[in-house]
Write a protein that binds this ligand. Structure first.
Ligand code: NAD
Length: 349
């Protein structure tokens, strides 16, 4: 029997299409797939995950300070994704737990391409058109009118790994003018992906399409609310593949009702997963996908490879250096016994 146990929590897509990677992991550890309530927290969550040395974490539940205090066997928590907003990194570090995530480039193309797909689905009313045809209403095609992306202004909020790829696609593929708001990016880096840095107000005022790619932090929580919608162009299209909580949902609902926002393409929704009664689903110009941004064959394989590699490294006594979100834990002391030197290793073949 393996000494180590891995819990894959609330993730249906971990290892999907890559059974060889799960098999590889099973050579080192027992692997269980578990579902827990998305609201489970702290001590109760620690109880539910008692006995596991590794957690592969989805976007739910939230792993808070109480969880790390009470789950004493955990050595490493690996996010099956990029965003680590549902993990209290500080508490993990204090408790000697390593936090790993998927390196951004593994998901970059997949998420960027979905962001553009969502924009086009909304602008060209793809979903609505399909419903018409299915309902035998081909003759109503005259009411399906979109607009060209060519020559329009696209505002990218957050010009990091994914936002920069979105900017490239719009500027090079669509000949759109790309404006970007990101206080941490240099103008020359923005120019390299075809974007011009502007302040947030300018972006809100001038963009025909606004596409959101910031991490969820204290400063980005509800960063797009009533005030921001009021500054936007009438008929603007909103796309969000970052985190639902970056947009104030009530404000978005009002902006859709008033026509200020002509449509929204969302891969993430505040409080997800949402049910079929969610108010945003009542709008025919809103397209929602269930957080599938990284769900391409290539994206999912890259994600599973990263998580599996990080876990196996720790079992072998090596630090999972390039995946670590809290490298300072190596200085403070980890619960895992790491015997091999720190350093970069190539991903597994
Ligand atoms: P990243 O860290 O490379 O880029 C984020 C960018 O946002 C950075 O350039 C940063 O400077 C900028 N930023 C931070 N705070 C800002 C602020 N207040 N205003 C403007 N810009 C700000 O991250 P990434 O890999 O591009 O991913 C972005 C986010 O997308 C992730 O944090 C994650 O939440 C989300 N994501 C979603 C999916 C999905 O499946 N839908 C998949 C991967 C990532």
């Amino acid at each position: 029997m393996n000494k180590y146990r891995v819990a894959v929590v609330n993730s249906k897509s971990f290892g999907a299409g890559s059974p060889d990677l799960i098999e590889k992991l099973r050579q080192y550890a027992e692997v269980d797939f578990l579902d827990v309530g998305k609201a489970l927290r702290g001590r109760q969550l620690a109880e539910a995950l008692r006995g596991y040395h590794f957690v592969v974490a989805s976007v739910t539940p939230t792993y808070d300070a109480e969880f790390f205090k009470h789950q004493r066997e955990l050595l490493l928590i690996a996010r099956h994704g990029i965003g680590v907003d549902n993990i209290c990194i500080e508490a993990a570090t204090v408790e000697g737990v390593m936090v790993a995530r998927v390196p951004g480039f593994k998901e970059r193309d997949a998420v960027a391409e979905l962001a553009v797909a969502l924009a086009l689905a909304v602008i060209r009313k793809v979903s609505l058109s399909h419903q018409l045809v299915k309902a035998g209403k081909w003759s109503e095609r005259g009411r399906i009118i979109g607009f060209n992306v060519a020559g329009k202004k696209v505002g990218v909020i957050g010009l990091g790994n994914i936002g920069s790829r979105v900017a490239e696609i719009y500027s090079r593929g669509f000949n759109a003018q790309v404006l970007a708001y990101d206080p941490y990016v240099k103008p020359e880096d923005a120019a390299r992906c075809g974007a011009r840095l502007v302040d947030l107000d300018t972006l809100l005022r001038e963009s025909d399409i606004i596409t959101i790619h910031v991490p969820l932090t204290e400063s980005t929580y509800h960063m797009i609310g009533e005030r921001e919608f009021s500054k936007m162009k009438d008929g603007v299209v909103i796309v969000n593949t970052a985190r639902g909580e970056v947009i104030d949902t009530q404000a978005l609902t009002k902006a859709l009702e008033s026509g200020k926002v002509s449509g929204a393409g969302l891969d993430v929704v505040e409080g997800e997963p949402i049910g079929s009664e969610h108010p945003l689903l009542a709008f025919e110009n809103v397209v929602i996908t269930p957080h599938i941004g990284a769900n391409t064959r290539e994206g999912l394989r890259g994600m599973a490879e990263s998580n599996v590699d990080a876990i196996i490294r720790v079992i072998r006594g090596e630090p999972p250096s390039e995946y670590l979100v809290n490298p300072e834990v190596l200085e403070r002391g980890t619960r895992a016994k790491l015997t091999a030197p720190s350093g970069k290793h190539p991903p597994p073949g």
